[in-house]
Design a binder for this molecule. Structure first.
Ligand code: ATP
Ligand code: MG
Length: 575
């Protein structure tokens, strides 16, 4: 998929939503008909202070998806106006994640990668203009006085004693702030709006502050930095954004968004039509925490192995876990876009993944908790080739081959010395089919001095091989998987599960660190069918009866893959 129109005809029709209705109306009215510019320009504006998570994926699919469907363009813009917390490492990973999700800021209209820090000169020029025009002033109150004078929801604010200082004096102070004459907090630039406004965001919001901090792109060129609420609307206007889409908590910021762009437009910095902000409800997903602060705590406290730990809801984590971009895109499409807050169950995400993987993933055999089965009447040293389809619904994908011999690994829980009621797998006297192989009849088991079962014994029926005529003569209820001891590939398999036991670890002031799932990772030594040694990092399989697995992209080495469980075959959490 790309930013321009080339896939437009082949993409399935997207579900309508309130944003599409707004865009349809704007297009019909020709609202954003401008020379040389598409009529729909959206943006995804991450702050490079952490890794992207599944919530960001919703915003990415929405913004890039609208641009794709309306022959527009979506900008990837780094909102890097907060130097202390930002880093190039995050810039690189975010670009990588957006690309991996299937989106591209390199459309037919060029490269649309932007950095807010490239606009620092313009932000500054606008601040000087606002002061000159009487729309802003330098405030010299202490932080405490400023907070006290701001009032609250029931009490109007009080004007700063510096509010009416002359434009010339404010301008002089701003220039000296920029020149580095003051310490952080000594002065601040504020918009001059209304200290009694019922909207707190209009009570003379701060627009520039002093920060003697090194910026990952502009270095030490600046010691004053614009506030988010000031910079963000201007970034949109500079880039000719048409529809600026953000999450609902910014609804109360919209009046200031409009105010600041309108003032700058009066000053000749922008022409009409200017961008409009629209809000949608953020993604809330059960069983995960999504705030960057909490994700960072999981990493720093070593609860997980890193930002890309397969249990993390980060894009990197989901990718390493084995999620596909297609599954995440279809999830974002399915949950839709609304203005009402709600929770999406984690099983919806897993369901999208199973739907995507089921037709794609080749089948394979893995024994995760091995127990040795000895076929006593199988000729010593002999092997017989068995085969099964790579995919049961797509015979054209061919067969996989694996040998059977006298000793095979089976799952420990496929044998019970004393069967419970309704158990129809291996127990003394019972017959089962070794999937794609022979029917065997259990004769007993070996135990060590502690009574622990060390091996199971059986005899096979030489005329019962799957796919031969004789096999029809054997009717058995149990059908278990196995791998031959002689050729099995030993591999580390990581059985991942949800990171939290509580559906809402993030909500209601709960201590999310107390709600960790102690069984979120179990590492087992498994035996796989021999062909699995060729699995490439990121290659996904369905291990029959167990679920979907991926060769870990970090720890797999050639010939020796490590597998992650992506998800089980069925949802076991719903009940
Ligand atoms: P966090 O709160 O996790 O730190 P953030 O909002 O501070 O995230 P940004 O980098 O500022 O992170 O976000 C970039 C974009 O992603 C914003 O436009 C924001 O609205 C959107 N976004 C962030 N979280 C979600 C979410 N849970 N659902 C939908 N969109 C989201
Ligand atoms: Mg943010």
């Amino acid at each position: 998929m790309s930013n321009d129109t080339k896939n437009k005809e082949t993409a399935p029709a997207p579900a309508s939503n309130f944003l599409r209705a707004i865009i349809d109306k704007d297009l019909a009215e020709g609202k954003y008909t401008r020379d040389g510019l598409p009529s729909v320009i959206t943006r995804f504006p991450p702050e490079p202070n952490g890794y992207l998570h599944i919530g960001h994926a919703k915003s990415i699919c929405l913004n890039f998806g609208l641009a794709r469907d309306y022959a527009g363009v979506c900008h990837l813009r780094f909102d890097d106006t907060n130097p202390e917390k930002e880093d190039q490492e995050y810039v690189d990973t975010i670009m990588d994640s957006v690309k991996w999700l299937g989106f591209d800021w390199n459309g037919s209209t060029g490269d649309h990668l932007y950095f807010a820090s490239d606009y620092f000169d313009k932000f500054y020029a606008i601040a000087e203009y606002l002061i000159t025009a009487g729309h802003a002033y330098v405030d010299t109150q202490s932080a405490e006085d400023m907070a006290a004078n701001r009032g609250d929801f029931s009490k109007p604010g009080v004007n700063s004693p510096f509010r009416d200082r002359s434009a010339a004096e404010s301008l002089d102070l701003l220039r000296r702030m920029k020149a580095g004459e003051f310490q952080g907090g000594e002065h601040i630039v504020r918009a001059k709006i209304d200290m009694a406004s019922p909207n707190m965001n209009l009570r003379d919001p701060a627009i520039y502050r002093i920060r003697h901090a090194h910026h990952h792109r502009t270095g030490d060129a600046w010691c004053i930095y614009p506030m988010y609420d000031y910079a963000h609307p201007l970034e949109d206007a500079i880039e000719n954004i048409t529809h600026s889409i953000c999450t609902l908590e910014f609804q109360d910021h919209r009046p200031f968004y409009d105010w600041i762009i309108a003032r700058a437009a009066e000053g000749g910095f922008f022409t009409q039509p200017v961008p409009q902000q629209y809000e949608f409800s953020r993604l809330n997903l059960t069983y995960v925490v999504m705030s960057k602060r909490k994700l960072r705590q999981l990493v720093e406290d070593k609860v997980v192995s890193g930002w890309d730990d397969p249990r993390m809801p980060t894009i990197n984590g989901l990718r390493r876990r084995g999620y596909t971009p297609e599954a995440i895109q279809s999830f974002c499409e399915r949950i839709g876009v609304t203005r009402s807050d709600g929770w999406i169950d984690y099983s919806t995400l897993e369901g999208c993944l199973r739907e995507d993987l089921d037709p794609k993933a080749p089948r394979a055999t893995a024994v995760l908790r091995p127990l040795k089965l000895i076929i006593d009447n199988f000729p010593e040293g002999e092997t017989v080739e068995c085969s099964s389809p790579v995919h049961p619904h797509f015979p054209e994908r061919g067969l996989r081959l694996f040998p059977i011999s006298k000793e095979v690994w089976i799952e420990a829980d496929d044998f019970m010395e004393e069967p419970s009621k309704g158990y129809f797998r291996l127990y003394p006297g019972n017959k089962v089919r070794l999937r794609y192989g022979y029917v065997v009849e259990c004769t007993g088991c070996d135990k060590d001095e502690n009574g622990v079962i060390t091996a199971v014994h059986c005899n096979y029926f030489a005329d019962s091989k799957s796919g031969t005529e004789g096999s029809a003569n054997y009717k058995v209820k149990g059908n278990i998987h196995w791998v031959s001891v002689a050729t099995a590939l030993e591999a580390e398999v990581r059985l991942y599960d949800r990171l939290f036991t509580d559906a809402n670890p993030d909500a209601g002031g709960k201590d999310f660190m107390a709600l960790l799932n102690p069984n979120a990772l179990e590492v087992v030594k498994a035996y796989l069918e021999p062909g699995m040694s060729a699995a490439m990092p990121d290659e996904r399989f369905q291990f029959e009866r167990h679920g979907y697995f991926v060769a870990d992209r970090v720890d797999s080495v050639a010939g020796k893959p490590v597998f992650n469980r992506v998800t089980t075959l069925k949802d076991s959490w719903g009940k």
